[in-house]
Design a protein around this ligand. Sequence first.
Ligand SMILES: [Zn+2]
Length: 310
Amino acid sequence: MHKSKKLKPKNILLILIIAFTLISIVFLHINDVNNRSKLSPPAISESGNIPPSDDIINHVKEHAVNTDSNENPKDHNLEKPPINHGKNGFDASIIQDFLLKNKIKSDGKKIAFLTFDDGPSLEVTPRILKTLNENSIKATFFVVGNQLDAHPESRKLLMDEYMQGNSIGNHTYSHNPDKLYPKKNVDAKFFIEDLEKNNTTLKSVLGDNFHTRIIRFPGGHRTWNKTAEVDHILKKQGYIFLDWNAMTSDAEGNPKTKQELINRYKHTFKDQDKLVILMHDSEDKSTTADALPDIINDLKSKGYEFETLT
Ligand SMILES: [Zn+2]
């Protein structure tokens, strides 16, 4: 009795040390599991979207709520899913170079990249997705964030595009040429902010782990003046901008019939072995959905394969 009383404080200390150690281990384990579930890439990341550079991640974070000065650099690295061009993904930097140099031929392998801008839209996007699905083809969608906010029902369509294995690109949030290109000169600051705003919107639908490095300038990069500053920033941040080398002209002038779109596509087709076709899946482009099966059939008959840009 007397002996056990004397040892009691030591026992208590020992019990406290053991309890503290166990609690610490459990806490660290829970923390680790939480971090993993929060940061691991989604199962659908094979669709081909790859992360931008550290610069853009930092930049986006700076412009979000407040700078997180307690950020653990180890966690930061975990945020980057591995680079994966996906099953049908093609390295967009090669195509950017191909387009900028106005090449017609490269390695001779015929690849067509179907690209759709300005969506998603409730009427046209589902029809485009249906045609792509029926042909087992994947495409690249350059999405405008303000459409997602103006028509919340379209958010599901963006998820459908992504889940179907298409590549998702950034086409700015506002798509407002007056602000992006005042007097036809690129406003680099507004452009980058608008791009980041669109990234945030895309993530709000596709999850925080979604990243895309491919962008398309509204109206096309080659249309605007004084691009040097924005080009420098985009390159530094790991973005790849992509114009096109064939088109249906579905966004030019008056609405066009299905046949007019097909004729225009055939007119711009120059037997390029890497064909980037500009089309639109915005609200009033139902004839684009009408023409798509014929365009796909024409390209198949000419020996083209279809891939996404990532
Ligand atoms: Zn556009």
